[in-house]
Write a new protein. Sequence first.
Length: 96
Amino acid sequence: MPTYIMLSSLGPDGAARVVEQPERIYEVKAEVEAMGVTVIAQYATLGAFDFVNIIEAPDEKIMARVAMALASRGTLKTQTLTSIPVDEFVEALKTM
């Protein structure tokens, strides 16, 4: 299954919600997984992004649906990256 890296930044309302109710992070994970993806790992980070999530999804359409559903809440912004395992990347380069 394809793996995606979702970077997210909380807006003011999202940050306030997490401070008031930190366990909300787990609830959002469950909501996202109910949309048909698997959250492999989550990290809280310092810097430009507040969270890094490693997600497996059946395809980019499902991943786009998840990203749009989260964005429609207005509490965070996301940036999603497609990832390729290094071994597969190396093999693809060999066929150039």
